[in-house]
Unconditional design. Sequence first.
Length: 319
Amino acid sequence: MQDLFTEDVPNPVKEEKVNKPKKKIMNKKVREGLIGYAFASLWLIGILGFTIYPLITSFYYSFTNYNMIDKPGFIGFTNYVTLFTMDDLFWKGLGNTLFQVVVGTSFSIVVGILVACVLNKPIKGIGIWRTIFYLPNVVSSVAMALLWTWIFNKDYGLLNEFLGLFGIKDINWLGDERLVKFSLILMSAWGSGVTALFFLGAMKGIPNYLYEAADIAGVSKTKQFFSITIPLITPTILFMLVTSIIGNFQYFMMAYIMVGKGTNNSAYYLAYYLYDMAFNYNRLGYASAISWVMFVVVILIVGVIVKTSKKWVYYLGQD
């Protein structure tokens, strides 16, 4: 009987010994968590101070008449109404920007794929050629803009000098409103090394047995390219498509350095117009409204592309 009663009596010493390691484990987890937050604190401060706060602030400013000097006054949707109904420059800038997005993005992806195909060949000194194609991306944007301004110069530009050898008269590449946007897009091929690098990596990931099976079946190289290579690099095409669209919506610096607004505002992109409104005319509230319109348009376009990507993006091993 005594043994039965003693078995039911809890032993506080044993319970304390059992619970004590759990307390130590909890303390260790908390300590590791605090250390992790401490290491991530700089990133958190950066994302809060330089991304979240400006995002919220610009949204508020878009409903005000803030001019960076006076206290912002709330004016409701006036900026947006003015933007869509009374501002011709906004529509001009939006049209120029959409042209850059559609044509510029398509051109950069096509050039990137073609360059990647060349660099994917087992030719002698391929490492040197890959370096040469990537080198322009190391050059600063300002230096590249000045270089291409000289190349496109109407009177003594290198391009017109070359075309003159074939009897072609001087072309005003940057002064003609019909050509200036094409000239700026053509210049972007100079920096296609990064795009080509992504596509080259995607091509290297395609198994060789697919091409070997196609060779045995007598499939031509051209058909292999369109039936094997292109489908299996569509994930990279999707990535480059999204990033290029976002980048081209922000296109500004090259046009600003090389041609300014262009003839009849032919190179007056939306980001350029935003810059003028904010820092040349001190209409920060109006500029914030422009930025939010750009943001919404980009989100809609990218959303449609990502939503429809299931129909044209293929992955290796996918049924």
